[in-house]
Design a protein around this ligand. Structure first.
Ligand code: SF4
Length: 219
């Protein structure tokens, strides 16, 4: 690895977790071609006593898979961390590097799938396999009250991790769902990927609105 990765305070899969054969194969191959990259399950980052958990899809190849910290090192992270800073969820300056000293306040970030998938597309089986780690992350946050799903896959995996039926809680940008589990509230947003912002599916204003709603809800 080219950057120091802070030890996670959350329950995590083993760094050589092999529950997903295809993802294990990709990681192993990347360890040969890119030996300085993280190339392992990307641990949850942030404040275990936080009230907000943000759940993305999976590590980006040259983002979190390279640096070892969720959303760090690619465009999606630039937008996410700038927004977190705007809404006072950060301490320090994001510099696209796990050694930048950034910490999160009242908030943590994880992914529905911890290992980088080919073409950024995990299979249903891979999402299912990694859901046990998502559930452990939820259970490890005693003050958790708000979940933010970045995209439909994260949304559905959160619901299934809580034994709830996705059909009863349809995904929609800026939609809020009050869940019958630990009085949790689930907010949805389109994923803050470069593709979504380039195509206008997600604008900065739309993303800000979701965080504004979350801030109001945390008051
Ligand atoms: S995606 Fe999750 S379950 Fe699959 S190999 Fe990686 S850590 Fe294990």
């Amino acid at each position: 690895m080219d950057q120091a990765v802070t030890r996670s305070l959350f329950p995590e899969p083993e760094t050589n977790c092999s529950l997903c054969a295809r993802l294990t194969q990709l990681r192993t191959s990347l360890q040969q071609t890119e030996p300085d990259w993280h190339n392992a399950p990307v641990p949850t980052f942030g404040d275990r006593s936080g009230r907000l958990l943000i759940v993305g899809l999976a590590p980006g190849l040259r983002g979190a898979n390279r640096t070892g910290r969720p959303f760090t090192g690619d465009y999606a992270g630039d937008l996410l961390y700038a927004t977190l800073n705007r809404f006072d969820f950060t301490d320090g300056t994001y510099a696209a590097n796990p050694a930048d000293g950034l910490s999160l306040i009242d908030c943590a970030i994880t992914n529905a799938v911890r290992c980088v998938p080919p073409q950024n597309k995990p299979t249903p089986d891979e999402i299912h396999h990694c859901r046990s780690f998502l559930r452990q992350t939820l259970d490890a946050m005693p003050r958790l009250s708000i979940l933010l799903a970045l995209g439909r896959i994260a949304h559905e995996s959160i619901l299934r991790a809580l034994d709830l039926k996705p059909k009863a809680y349809p995904f929609g940008h800026a939609v809020r769902h009050d869940l019958p589990y630990r009085t949790l509230t689930l907010f949805d947003s389109y994923h803050c990927s470069r593709y979504n912002t380039n195509t206008g599916k997600l604008t900065e204003d739309m993303f800000n609105k979701v965080f504004n709603d979350i801030r109001d809800s945390l008051k």
